[in-house]
Design a binder for this molecule. Structure first.
Ligand SMILES: Nc1ncnc2c1ncn2[C@@H]1O[C@H](COP(=O)(O)OP(=O)(O)OP(=O)(O)O)[C@@H](O)[C@H]1O
Ligand SMILES: [Mg+2]
Length: 345
C-alpha cells in the first residue's frame, strides 16, 4: 500500500510573483488528486515543490509519516530520495535508448538487479511489449507518453506526479490514455497528483479536485462538491458554469430582473429549461447561437445582462426570443464585490 501525501502551508515567491500563496492539501493513500487551474496559477510550481525540484519559502510536505520538506527547519530531502515518479507534458525520453532501456534506466541507476524483467512487465502493462526495441522517434506521441508512464511506474513510486501529460496529444488519444492512467494508478495503488487546465480531464480522473488561481487553492473537495457548491465565482466559471448575470437581493431572494448588481449569478445548462412561449417567473432571453451536438441543440443565450448555455430539443434561430426557467436552488450566487459565496438572509 502506498503512502498519502500532505502539504501544509506551502508558499513560494519568484521576485514579485507569489506563485504559491498558502497551499494546504491532503491526498489519502491511493487517492487520485487533480489540480485544475489556468495558466500561471502555480500548478507546476506546486508539483515541482512536491518533487523536490523547487524549494519552498514556507511550509511542509509529508509523505505518510515521513517529512520530505520543512522550510522552517531548512529540511529538504533530495528529489531522488523522495520515492516519487513524474510524468511530464514533454515525454522526456532518451532519444538514443530503446523503449525498454528508457523504462529500465532509472532501475539500473538504482542497481535493481532484475531491472529488465521489471521493465518488460511494466511495458506490458501499458500495452507496449511489442514495441520494446523501438527508439522514441519510431513511436507515436501517444506511445512515447505510454513509455514515459511505464518508466514512472517501473520505479514502484509511492506517489506519481503528472504535469499535463496529455496536452500534446489529439482528443481521441487523450481520452484513451486518461482511462489507462486511471486504471494503472488504481491497479498499482499509487497516490497521484495530476495537474491540468482541462475541465473534463479533471472531472474524469479526480477522487479529490482542487481549483487554483493566482497561487491560491480556492477549493479542494470531491468533484461533486466542486460542481454543485463552488465556493467562489472563479471556481464556478472554471468548472463550466455560465455567467455572470448581474442580480440583487430582494426580500431575501435573488432577483435576476431587478436593477442593480450587488450579486452575480452563475448557471449550469442542465438546470435550465427553454420555452419558446412566455412562462411565468422565467427569464427572458435572446438566442445568440444554436449548435447541434447530437440528439439535442446547445444554445448560447443573452439573458439578464449575461450569457448562459442551455439545451433544447429543437433548433432555435439567432435573435429569437425565448424564456428560461431556472430549477429551484440551482443558482450559484456570489457577492459581486469579492466573488465569494453570497448569503441571502
Ligand atoms: N523559475 C521561475 N522564475 C520566475 N517566475 C516563475 C518561475 N517559475 C514560475 N514562475 C512564475 O510563477 C507563476 C506560477 O507558474 P507555474 O509554472 O507554477 O504556473 P502553471 O499553473 O503551471 O501554468 P501553466 O498552466 O501555464 O503551466 C507564474 O506567474 C510564473 O511566471
Ligand atoms: Mg505548468
Amino acid at each position: 500500500m502506498s503512502a498519502g501525501l500532505r502539504i501544509v502551508g506551502a508558499q513560494k515567491r519568484f521576485g514579485a510573483v507569489q506563485a504559491l500563496a498558502d497551499v494546504s492539501l491532503e491526498a489519502a493513500p491511493g487517492e487520485f488528486v487533480v489540480l485544475l487551474g489556468p495558466s500561471g496559477s502555480g500548478k507546476t510550481t506546486l508539483l515541482r515543490s512536491i518533487a523536490g525540484l523547487e524549494p519552498l519559502d514556507a511550509g511542509q510536505i509529508w509523505l505518510g509519516e515521513t517529512l520530505l520538506e520543512d522550510a522552517a527547519k531548512k529540511l529538504r530531502l533530495p528529489s531522488e530520495a523522495r520515492g516519487l515518479g513524474m510524468v511530464f507534458q514533454e515525454y522526456a525520453l532518451w532519444p538514443h535508448l530503446s523503449a525498454l532501456e528508457n523504462v529500465g534506466l532509472p532501475l539500473r541507476e538504482r542497481r535493481v538487479s532484475d531491472w529488465k524483467a521489471r521493465a518488460v512487465q511494466t511495458l506490458e502493462s501499458v500495452g507496449l511489449h511489442d514495441h520494446a526495441a523501438r527508439f522514441p522517434y519510431e513511436l507515436s506521441g501517444g506511445q512515447q507518453q505510454r513509455v514515459a508512464l511505464a518508466r514512472a511506474l517501473a520505479g514502484r513510486p509511492q506517489v506519481l506526479l503528472f504535469d499535463e501529460p496529455l496536452s500534446n496529444l489529439d482528443a481521441q488519444l487523450r481520452e484513451e490514455l486518461r482511462l489507462e492512467i486511471a486504471r494503472l494508478t488504481r491497479e498499482y495503488g499509487i497516490t497521484s497528483v495530476y495537474i491540468t487546465h482541462d475541465q473534463s480531464e479533471a472531472f474524469f480522473l479526480a477522487d479529490q479536485l482542487g481549483v487554483m488561481s493566482a497561487g491560491c487553492l480556492l477549493q479542494f473537495a470531491a468533484p461533486e462538491t466542486i460542481y454543485e457548491a463552488p465556493s467562489t465565482a472563479f471556481v464556478a466559471r472554471f468548472t463550466g458554469a455560465m455567467g455572470p448575470i448581474p442580480a440583487r437581493r430582494l426580500e431575501g431572494q435573488v432577483s435576476l430582473e431587478a436593477l442593480g448588481s450587488d450579486l452575480e449569478v452563475y448557471l449550469r445548462p442542465e438546470d435550465l429549461t427553454i420555452s419558446e412561449q412566455p412562462v411565468p417567473d422565467a427569464l427572458e432571453a435572446t438566442v445568440e447561437h444554436a449548435a447541434y451536438i447530437g440528439g439535442r441543440y446547445q444554445c448560447w443565450l443573452a439573458a439578464g445582462g449575461g450569457r448562459v448555455l442551455a439545451w433544447h430539443s429543437q433548433r432555435l434561430q439567432p435573435q429569437q426570443h425565448v424564456w428560461i426557467a431556472v430549477q429551484r436552488g440551482a443558482m450559484h450566487v456570489f457577492d459581486s464585490s469579492n466573488g465569494r459565496h453570497a448569503r441571502l438572509e
